[in-house]
Design a protein around this ligand. Structure first.
Ligand code: AMP
Ligand code: ZN
Length: 493
């Protein structure tokens, strides 16, 4: 029996606004699509928070035994400055300013993105497709939408007819907006735009002569609209209907609303079972964003090289900080909050380091099985990582009491405690205990065992000066020896 058959997971579905019991479309399999970065600049910590939340969700699904196909795209064309309908492509603009080929810009920031994600210990997605690699698929979808009567071509551009779509479907179902209100709140259209209605959005844009990123199409040279790539790539790799679609809350409208419209217009099906949206990372109470300069870059936090930081913070520690907030809550980053979080992180890692050395008894003072289920209950409640971390600290308390001899644990419970902590801390939360990797721990255990042997030999030779010196020097290093009937054991504080 797989874990997912025992654990009842609930997820907050942004489409219904409710927490719902999760069931995958195909038993044992999950298709998950997450909007990836627009690679025109370095990712900031806000972007990282969103991708990290989905990395944790991906990890938990895998832990539960699902086979997950996780698609996270790279937006390398079509995303216009300010998410606008008219204007310059973000990548083309950067290429112009820095006198680079657009694909040089794409390469530079895709490499940066991957480097940062590796530092944060992300699992790679199953597929990482690019918008420019799927131009043909996007053109095919436009043809279908035109054929079905939900899009029109004008002067080499193709627009989605939102008014027509809304007659039979619900444009605004995800973001909770009403088309009438949107129209009432829009100022008169200026002549520069060919759209029938201001709410219509571009599926294909005609490329002006100076536009460098262009592809041939049935409507002339141009480039795809931003929303279309995600419809094309999610359908191609996950099918017309799939389980999970994720992204930051700021993508709900218009990006995800338009994705739903494109899919429903082309095949009549609602594309996604569960829409998951992450909340924003803020700095000084404002959304972290590169465009406003209100941002911290990952390398700045790893080196401490940013004026809001008093010191450097390691990637796993930053990851721990992020996981201390629920993914649907706003999280404000500050030096004070990071310092507090670091204390907790160190305490957790220290407790994990002492686990192996804990001596065992015949019985256990606390119910490890109940505690283990409480960790699952936290994650099953819409991936509630702050509650999970609180549960992990319950275990830390017990570990420390056992170490001090005030509580006790039997052999099998100790093994269960260790396995559960490792599963949640390293596998699910994706944290790393840099100070003591598994290989280092093995070396340390071997070295101390050797010193215990030398001390024993010294004592047998009545060389108490040497045996005491070994013991005292180990104590100075935080390693305590305990002599018992079965020999000498040790613990590390
Ligand atoms: P972009 O590269 O701008 O398309 O953004 C990539 C992802 O980062 C999207 O899912 C955004 O919603 C998300 N994002 C952008 N800013 C923040 C922020 N301050 N906090 C959390 N997520 C963010
Ligand atoms: Zn997208």
């Amino acid at each position: 029996m797989q874990l997912y058959e025992q654990q009842k997971l609930k997820v907050h579905n942004s489409l219904t606004g409710k927490k719902e019991l999760f069931t995958s479309l195909n038993s044992g399999h999950i298709g998950m699509y997450v909007c990836g970065p627009t690679v025109y600049s370095n990712v900031h910590l806000g972007n990282c928070r969103t991708f990290m939340s989905f990395d944790m969700i991906f990890r938990y699904f895998k832990h539960l035994g699902y086979k997950v196909r996780y698609v996270r795209n790279i937006t390398d064309a079509g995303h216009l400055v300010d998410d606008a309908e008219d204007g310059e492509d973000k990548i083309a603009k950067k290429a112009r300013l820095e006198q680079l080929e657009p694909m040089e810009v794409v390469q530079r920031y895709t490499v940066d993105f991957h480097n940062i994600l590796e530092k944060f210990n992300f699992l790679p997605p199953s597929i990482e497709p690019t918008a420019t690699g799927h131009i043909i698929e996007q053109i095919e979808i436009i043809k279908v939408i035109i054929e079905k009567g939900y899009a029109y071509e004008i002067n080499g551009s193709v627009y989605f007819d939102v008014v027509k779509f809304n007659e039979t479907n619900d444009y605004g179902q995800l973001s909770g907006r009403k088309l009438e209100d949107m129209i009432a709140n829009t100022r008169e259209l200026t002549a520069q735009n060919d759209k029938r209605s201001p709410q219509d959005f571009a599926l294909w844009k005609k490329a002006e002569p100076q536009h460098i990123m262009r592809w041939p199409s049935p409507w002339g040279d141009g480039f795809p609209g931003w929303h279309l790539e995600c419809t094309a790539m999610s359908t191609k790799y996950l099918g017309e209907t799939f389980d999970i679609h994720g992204g930051g809350m700021d993508l709900k409208f218009p990006h995800h609303e338009c994705e739903i419209a494109q899919a429903e217009a082309s095949n009549g099906k609602s594309p996604v079972q569960y829409w998951l949206h992450t909340n924003m990372l803020t700095l000084n109470g404002k959304k972290m964003a590169k465009s406003t300069g209100n941002s911290i870059l990952p390398d700045e936090i790893f080196s401490g090289n940013n004026e809001v930081l008093s010191k450097a913070f390691s990637p796993p520690m930053v990851r721990f900080f992020m996981m201390q907030a629920h993914y649907t809550s706003i999280l404000d980053i500050s030096n004070v909050a990071l310092l507090a979080s670091e204390k907790g992180f160190n305490k957790l890692m220290e407790a994990i380091n002492t686990l192996d050395g804990l001596s065992t008894a015949k019985e256990t003072k606390f119910n490890v099985l109940t505690w283990k289920q409480s960790c699952y209950d936290a994650m099953n409640d819409d991936f509630n990582t702050p509650i999970l971390i609180a549960k992990l600290f319950d275990a830390v308390k017990h570990i420390n009491l056992i170490k001090e001899g005030k509580e006790f644990i039997n052999v099998s419970d100790k093994a269960l405690l260790k396995e559960t902590i490792h599963n949640f801390v390293f596998e699910v939360l994706g944290l790393e205990n840099k100070k003591s990797s598994a290989a280092d721990t093995e070396k340390l255990n071997g070295t101390v065992a050797l010193l215990i042997q030398l001390r024993k030999a010294a004592r047998e030779n009545k060389d108490f000066a040497t045996s005491d010196s070994i013991r005292d020097q180990l104590v100075a290093l935080g390693i305590q020896l305990k002599d018992g009937k079965e020999g000498t054991s040790f613990s590390i504080s």
